[in-house]
Design a protein around this ligand. Structure first.
Ligand code: F0G
Length: 458
């Protein structure tokens, strides 16, 4: 098209009103929630960028699919549609529905991991790490060095460091590495893509050592779009062809359909190995449900099947990636430090350079996230030392490598003016960054503490 503006490739068919809590109301909500934004009620938030997970708008075709959902306990027609769409997309033979991504992780890791094993990944997402550690195995993050540098403009900052992967396998021995995972896009590393060349290199290493290779495929379509834009030889391929090539390189995947499944709930575990799949299904029956529904309603399976088709449409992906970059450009042009280049599903504010006067043990990214809510009712999420700090035996804490606030953009939900507003709020907070103080934790859980911890201002 000859015009510059990339428009939303949809019309709005149904709307939900936003509440506008006052500044005093927001302050009271923060106190009640112990300065943890997970403790806010949805109605206390004006623009909710906590997550892009399950928060998107479904299409009319998805809602229509829900009306024809088959709720048979066993052998539901909706399961076969779900299975066929995923088989066609991934080429993987065994498709196991789960209620969301972490259920797929739990089942996979409980089946393949033993205590003392090591799982390399570019960067584990928090639930993935927790599910590895719950099996008393070690989750090791081996993203390339550029992926740890917020300012690096590397086009594929989610890539696995292949030399570090080989070193890890040599160091711990292949018997203790039951699988290698790569997360596309690399959520905890800034929503950064992984190239096909890198996936091929991981495949070669896994072949050499006879180790299984799984994708954490939550944002596979966004990753495919970045490959189309940035990797030599892919400009003329469709997102579907690229996604198929990505999946053709792996032995299996875990998937949260709450992201690129364009659905409000759901996920799956897929693989080629029938014996492993059988073990996984046995566990599935114990905790999730019968293998043709896996904890989902028949109508959810329909919504996901349709979502997986829509998410690969070029007009959708162009708009999706552009709308995230639009927010990134807006705040970046005003001098706010962010993880460069912008990721697919979110803009990551770099609190370490933004709030350099707040030390890591006073959680600068938490301070920034709280302030964005206080200022404008915008809810983001801390991805820093609250989420990934490691308590040490002496009572201190090893800080996370990066102190980020993620502003995740729900799919097909907010318009350009919502995003303009968010940009204004971020810039207003940035202008008075020097006056912000840190937080200390007053209560925390033994794992995934960021969901429930309580804080107080230092
Ligand atoms: N893997 C990645 C890369 C994720 O981003 C998530 C969820 C999961 C696995 C787990 O999937 O939520 O369906 O159980 N990420 C959400 C987020 C929660 O906000 O980034 P789930």
């Amino acid at each position: 098209m000859p015009y510059r503006t990339i428009i939303e490739p949809f019309r709005i068919h149904s709307v939900q009103a936003i509440d506008f809590p006052t500044r005093e109301g927001r302050e009271a909500a923060l106190e009640r929630a112990g300065y943890n934004l997970f403790g806010l009620h949805g109605d206390e938030v004006i623009i909710d960028l906590l997550t892009d997970s399950g928060t998107g708008a479904m299409s009319a075709e998805q809602w229509a699919g829900m009306m024809v959902g088959d709720e048979s306990y066993a052998g539901s027609r909706s399961y076969f549609r779900f299975r066929d769409v995923i088989e066609d997309l991934t080429g993987l033979a065994e498709i196991i529905p789960t209620h969301q991504g972490r259920a797929a992780e739990k089942i996979l890791f409980a089946t393949v991991l033993s205590a003392g094993d090591v799982v390399p990944n570019n960067t584990h997402f928090d639930t993935t790490r927790a599910n590895v550690e719950y099996q008393q195995a070690e989750a090791r993050d081996l993203v390339i060095p550029e992926g740890r540098d917020p300012a690096s403009e590397h086009p594929f900052k989610g890539n696995m460091d292949i030399a570090a992967l080989v070193d890890t396998i040599e160091e711990v021995g292949r018997a203790r590495v039951p699988l290698v995972m790569v997360t596309v896009t690399n959520n905890s590393g800034g929503g950064q893509p992984v190239s096909l060349a890198n996936l091929r290199a991981v495949r070669e290493v896994c072949d050499r050592y006879e180790i299984k290779f799984f994708l954490d495929a939550c944002r596979f379509a966004e990753n495919a779009w970045f490959i189309k834009q940035r990797e030599d030889g892919y400009a003329d391929k469709t997102p579907r062809q690229i996604a198929r090539e990505m999946f053709s390189l792996v032995d299996g995947c875990t998937m949260s359909a709450k992201k690129d499944g364009l659905s409000n709930i759901g996920g799956f575990l897929a693989m080629n190995d029938p014996a492993l799949a059988q073990q996984c299904r046995n566990l599935l029956i114990l905790t999730e449900g019968f293998p043709t529904y896996g904890g989902l309603a028949g109508y959810d399976l329909e919504a996901i099947a349709q979502g997986l088709v829509e998410v690969l449409q070029e007009e959708y992906l162009e708009y999706r990636i552009r709308s995230t970059a639009y927010l990134a450009d807006k705040v970046s042009n005003a001098g706010v430090p962010i993880v460069r280049p912008p990721g697919g599903h979110a803009v990551y504010l770099d609190a370490k350079s933004f709030l350099a006067h707040i030390p890591p043990h006073e959680y600068p990214a938490q301070a920034l996230a709280v302030e964005l809510y206080r200022e404008g009712g915008v809810r983001g999420v801390e991805i820093g030392s609250v989420m990934f700090g490691t308590p040490q035996p002496d009572g201190t804490e090893r800080p996370a490598e990066m102190e980020l606030v993620r502003l995740a953009v729900p799919r097909r939900t907010y318009t350009q003016s919502h995003i303009d507003y968010v940009g204004e709020v971020v810039i207003a907070v940035a202008e008075r960054a020097d006056g912000l103080g840190g937080y200390r934790i007053t209560e925390q859980a033994p794992w995934l503490r960021h969901f429930t911890a309580r804080f107080e201002p230092v």
